[in-house]
Design a protein around this ligand. Structure first.
Ligand code: SF4
Ligand code: SF4
Length: 80
């Protein structure tokens, strides 16, 4: 779906082992002629499993850290 974050697969590092295709819990990844790609973006839950299981470190699931300026939580506070 447009605007969704998706795992980035570096095909220069990928050896086409197919593990990400086999292990993706939602079958969002498919092996194409050039290598694996997220063929069904709407099915990707961004769980980052593919990133953690790729032995070639070819997959990156980037996360953006956003600070909430007025949350009232100070550094060192316990957050329930
Ligand atoms: S697990 Fe990594 S090396 Fe294997 S096919 Fe997927 S991206 Fe390529
Ligand atoms: S982030 Fe999770 S759901 Fe998305 S392609 Fe990777 S393993 Fe599949």
């Amino acid at each position: 779906m447009e605007g969704w974050a998706l795992p980035e697969i570096n095909l220069l590092l990928c050896d086409r082992c197919g593990v990400c295709v086999e292990q993706c819990p939602t079958n969002a990844v498919t092996m194409g002629a050039d290598g694996p790609f997220v063929a069904r973006p709407a099915d990707c839950t961004y769980c980052a499993l593919c990133e953690s299981i790729c032995s070639r470190l070819a997959i990156t699931c980037a996360f953006e850290i956003v600070w909430e300026p007025d949350s009232g939580v100070e550094f060192g506070d316990r957050v329930p």
